[in-house]
Design a protein around this ligand. Sequence first.
Ligand code: TMP
Length: 216
Amino acid sequence: MSDATRTGTFITLEGIDGCGKSTQAALLAEKIEAAGREVVRLREPGGTRISEKVREILLDPENAEMADECELLLYEASRAQLVRQVVVPALERGAVVLCDRFYDSTFAYQAGGRSLDESLVERCNELGCCGVHPDRTIVLDLDVERALARATADGTDRLEAEGVAFQQRVRDAYLRLAEAEPARVRLVDADGGVDEVAERILSALADLVGDGARHE
Ligand code: TMP
């Protein structure tokens, strides 16, 4: 399946840890469903039996010795399985696939946060996504210290444990992406009430999911 021949819509949500993505993904899924489209809600890493096992390895704070290259390849492995097993069939039957994180997270965290070579990470992303690219990517942008405080309120995973400077590099990488690919990647201010932020997201998606979703 090429990007040009599919009938579904592929939307990804991105941002630093604690930016409010999961809450917004749930709200967005409800609105799009209420407007009459099938929504397949996914998260990365995860979403298949194999990908969820890889997720456990990736986020386990006990795996502190993990090499950056191992981390990169595990994210790609988890992604390839999700794309082949779930994303492609859903897009082929015309669903809206709403994925909490996708390959822009790898760019932001492994190239930005870990400082791995950007072009190498982009090539790995191309393999991991199996040639399937999002139609639109929403980056929820929020101050790093506030977001991290929120993310770690009920426990800290291996990536969150990297701290504020790491999250700042991740945020900077997202800002660069939004500048480099303005048609696909839309920066949304995540500072504000839940409904206010939801409205900003819907207006950045109006051409893809229709205005119907905004009024549900
Ligand atoms: P989350 O599901 O709570 O957002 O946790 C996923 C964590 O994994 C989060 O800290 C971001 C990180 N991550 C990467 O470092 N690279 C990736 O490619 C993806 C998908 C996530």
